[in-house]
Structure formats: C-alpha cells, structure tokens
Design a protein around this ligand. Structure first.
Ligand code: HEM
Length: 514
C-alpha cells in the first residue's frame, strides 16, 4: 500500500504523460489551477505526477535512482499543521527535481541538498553573516547600493519616461549580496561585470518565457530525477552555447571564490575576522577550498531574483496605487529613517512589502520528499473518496509533496474572507494572520520555515525597505497610459512579472518628485 494519499479527493487528470504538473508549474498565470483546486479540495489534496501510473516505466527508470520516488501521485499541502510538520520534523528532504536542479547550478553538497548534521554544520557558519546583528551593520552598504541605483536611473534617462525597471533591480540585489556578504564589488549596476552578465544569461535561459523553453523546463522537471549525476556532468560539458554558459559561470565563480579565499587568508594573518569568508575558512567546511565556489554560487543566485522580483512587484503596485504611494512618501518624509529600527517602525512601508510577499512570494512552492514512512498531522479532518473521515494522514517513504506557499497565503481560515484580495491595509489591522506563525517574518511562509528557513530573509527585507524608501523620496511612479499595463505572474525559477504579451518586464512611468 502507498499510504492514504491515493485515497484523497483531488482534480481529475487529463495527461497521462505529464499529469497535473503543467497546470501546477507552467500555467499562464501562476496559480490559475492551484488556487481553484484548493477552494474545491481543501488544503491537502493529491495531484497526478509525471508518467501517471505506468508501473513498467517507473520500474525501468527506478534503477537509475537511489531512492524510490512515488511519481504518480504528489500531495499539494497548505494545511498549517501539516506544513509545520514538513518544515520541522526532519522527515522530509528537498524533492527530486529541485535536488537535481540545485546540484546542476550550484554544485554538489550545496545547502539545499545536504541533510541533518551536514546541513546544521553548513548553516552554522553561513548563519553568522546573516544574523540580525550582522545585517544591521550592513545598512550603509545597502544605502550605498540604493544611491547607485538612483544614479543608474538618472544615467539611463528614466525620469520623464516609461521604462522597464525589472533588470536593474536584479543588478542592485546582486551588488548588495556581493558587497554585503562577500566584500566584493560586482558592479552589476555599472554594467561592467562579466560574472553578473553570465549569471543573468543563465537565469534568463533557465526561466525563458518561450514555448520551447517551457517545454524544455517541463521535460527537465520530469526526467532530471532519473538522470545519474555522472551523465548530467557530461551533458553540461557538451559544446553547445547553453552549456557553454553554465561552464563559463562555474569557471568564473570558482576563480572568484579562490581569489576571495586567498585575499582573506592574507588579511586573517593580521588578526581575527568574523565575516562570511573567514568563518568558512575557519570552519570544518573550510577543509576543501573547492566547496566555497558551491556556496558562493548558492547565495549569489538565491539572493538575486527573489529579492529583485519582490522589489519589482512593490514598485509596480505602488505605481498602481497612487494614493497609497503618496501616503507612503509622506510617511518617509516624517520618519527620515536612518537606523534599521526606523525602517521597521514604518507601518505603510512594511504593509506594502508584507502584502507583496504574501501575494507574490518569489518561491511559491517547495518540493519535498518523505525520507521515511510517517503520519502527517492535519488541522482539519479530510473526507476520503470512500467517505471516511480521517484526522491524520499516513504516507510512505518516497512520497513527493509540494509545500504550497502561495496557496497557504490564500487560506480564508488564516487570512480572512478577503484572502485573495491584494490589500496592504490588512497589515495595519490588529492581527492579519489568524494562525500561528510558520515562518520567521510577519507570520508569512514566503521565507519557508524550520531548519531550512531562508538564509537571507533579514538581508532581503532590509534591502527592499531601503531601496523603496530611496526611490520614493526621489520619484513618483505611475502606470503607463496604455491599456496594456497589466502584469501577470509566471513561475520561471522564481515568480516573475510578465506583460500580457509575454515579455519579462515591469513598465513604469517615472517622474522626479518636485
Ligand atoms: C524576498 C526575497 C527572498 C525570498 C522570498 C526567499 C525565499 C526562500 C525560500 C522559500 C526558501 C526555501 C526554499 C526551499 O527549501 O525549497 C529559501 C531558502 C534559501 N534562501 Fe531565500 N529568499 C529570499 C532572499 C534570499 C537572499 C537575499 C539570500 C541570500 C543572499 C537567500 C538565500 C537562501 C538560501 C541559501 C536558502 C537555502 C536554505 C537552506 O536550505 O538551508 N534568500 N529562500
């Protein structure tokens, strides 16, 4: 028996080959199907995975892969008790497709894939540079990036025009991670960094909006779990342009990581140093310098489009809500924030940021797999297809689940009857979240929770706060006059904004504050 998962009610499936995955991951607007399924089937329901039910195909593929994977049926989960169990119990590892994807881009033994003691050790040196004390000291660097961003807008002639603001925001977030954590100037905002260009090219290829690229992404998602690492390594050495980009990225980041380590070691000889790179070379992880490249790539990639995309949504919504924007500008004028505490004490600033994180979580879904048989707790009973009421859900080792972050943020039981509505003012209410906090910040699940909680959430929040304040002090944002100014959300590695004609852009009209 495969546990009870198969006996729950869920949507009917139309594709034997792909199951429900295209509707879940590749729908035109993110959540088109997922949010309706949640309304209909509740916060825990099964969907069909790839290669639906083909036992023969599964068997023939299974011997390539060390762990048994239940591909035919996956659970989509937003029930708070179940989510908490998944993030905290240690019974779940990163899911098979995400594991391969992270290994391909970052390298082996990256923080997403290592488990238990290895994960704890890795996090303990990484955490120190991202603690609240460390992040507070980064404020001058973040403000400096924000000033450079303004300079860039000016140099490109943004004021007085309608422009796409999205790419430059991602340059700013890469520059912040570089300077704040690695003490290294990428100068992505100046357009001078080869590494920044290659990283951009790689992420744009992975998340390309073309039909062909989406089909490729779908195929990769379906088959990656079965492709042994050794074969993948050969695929990435193939002499074709896309693979060349991955190789170039690895080469540049490996070189940079060795250079950074060498500089640090010299400086360390002069005295003790507690930053990211020094604590790596002092820790158990530091025994093999090669691994530093893996961790460098991990933070450069995970910190960039997540934070940049969130910022983009904030600016777009402010351009749409001009009254709110004006009130926020007034809040900024009265507060004149200089310390982190000042930013945290600005109700309107944080209301818009929190509402964006709720409605447009950059990573709306986390894939996990059970590493042992277990019993999932449920906060409300489920009626099975046979009509039985169950108050907990036994599942088997190998069961794949999706922690449905975006769906959780739309539960009426947690966020109230207007959970689907974009309403920043809910954050001015007494208790916007009616449940217990699952994540580290504002009761949101946007940064995940438990031991694998987002490493950079404090940095991301401060960065967004500082940049929004800096931009609103200088500019008035509005939507372009054309009818074609609505954006939709598409999952392309992260949740990206896209115009209705499929362009990865955030067109905003910009005027200087007079
Ligand atoms: C608004 C911005 C951000 C959002 C919404 C976000 C969200 C998340 C989420 C949902 C996860 C869990 C993913 C999973 O396990 O499947 C995660 C993990 C992670 N994030 Fe972030 N993130 C953001 C910014 C950053 C920044 C700025 C950095 C670093 C510079 C960062 C570094 C990481 C790392 C290293 C992990 C893996 C942690 C682990 O597995 O132990 N993130 N993030």
């Amino acid at each position: 028996s495969r546990g009870l998962a198969e006996q729950l009610r869920g949507p009917k499936c139309s594709s034997w080959l792909y199951g429900h995955i295209p509707e879940l991951l590749f729908s035109e607007e993110y959540g088109d199907h997922e949010f309706q399924w949640q309304e209909k089937y509740g916060p825990v329901y099964p969907i069909q995975g790839y290669f639906g039910g083909s036992f023969a195909l599964r068997l023939s593929l299974a011997h390539f892969y060390a762990h048994p994977i239940v591909q035919e049926s996956r659970l989509v989960i937003s029930d708070p008790s179940t989510v908490k169990y998944i993030t905290n119990s240690g019974v779940f590892a990163i899911g098979p497709s995400q594991e391969k994807a992270a290994t391909v881009v970052f390298g082996r033994r990256n923080v997403f894939v290592v488990r238990d003691g290895d994960h704890r050790r890795l996090r303990s040196w990484m955490n120190s540079s991202f603690s609240s004390n460390s992040i507070r000291t980064l404020l001058p660097i973040i403000r400096d990036t924000a000033t450079k961003l303004v300079d860039r807008w000016e140099a490109l002639g943004f004021p007085g025009n309608t422009v796409d603001v999205s790419g430059i925001l991602n340059d700013a977030t890469l520059d912040t991670t570089g300077r704040a954590i690695l003490e290294y100037h990428f100068n992505a905002l100046d357009g001078q960094s080869d590494l920044a260009k290659v990283q951009r090219g790689m992420l744009d290829t992975l998340g390309s909006p073309t039909k062909f690229a989406q089909l490729a992404a779908q195929l990769a998602d379906a088959t990656l779990p079965y492709i042994p690492d050794i074969v993948l390594r050969y695929v990435f050495e193939l002499p074709i342009p896309t693979m060349g980009m991955f190789q170039e990225y690895k080469k540049l980041t490996d070189e940079l990581s060795l250079r950074l380590l060498a500089v640090k070691r010299k400086r360390q000889a002069l005295g003790k140093n507690q930053d990211f790179i020094s604590s790596f070379s002092n820790s158990d992880e530091g025994s093999g310098d090669d691994d530093f490249g893996v961790h460098l790539r991990t933070i450069l990639v995970t910190g960039q489009d997540t934070t940049g995309g969130t910022l983009g949504w904030v600016l777009y919504k402010l351009a749409e809500m001009t009254d709110f924007q004006q009130q926020l500008r007034e809040e900024i004028r009265l507060t004149r924030p200089t310390e982190q505490a000042d930013y945290n004490a600005m109700p309107l600033l944080n209301a818009i940021i929190n509402e964006i994180l709720r409605m447009y979580s950059s990573l709306p879904l986390a894939e996990r797999v059970a590493v042992a048989d277990c019993i999932l707790p449920l906060s409300q009973p489920i009626t099975t297809r046979a009509g039985a009421n169950i108050s907990e859900l036994p599942i088997k080792k190998g069961q794949c689940v999706y922690v449905a972050i975006a769906s959780y943020h739309r539960l009426a039981s947690i966020w109230g009857p207007d959970a689907h509505e974009f309403r920043p003012s809910r954050w001015l209410d007494e208790k916007p979240c009616k449940g217990q906090a699952l994540g580290p910040y504002a009761s949101l699940l946007s940064f995940f929770g438990g031991p694998a909680v987002c490493l950079g959430w404090r940095l991301a929040i401060l960065e967004i706060q500082v940049i929004v304040v800096e931009l609103l002090e200088k500019y008035v944002l509005s939507l372009p006059p054309a009818d074609n100014n609505r954006l939709r959300t598409r999952l392309a590695v992260t949740l990206v904004p896209e115009t209705l004609d499929g362009k990865r852009q955030i067109p905003i009209h910009i005027e200087r504050v007079t």
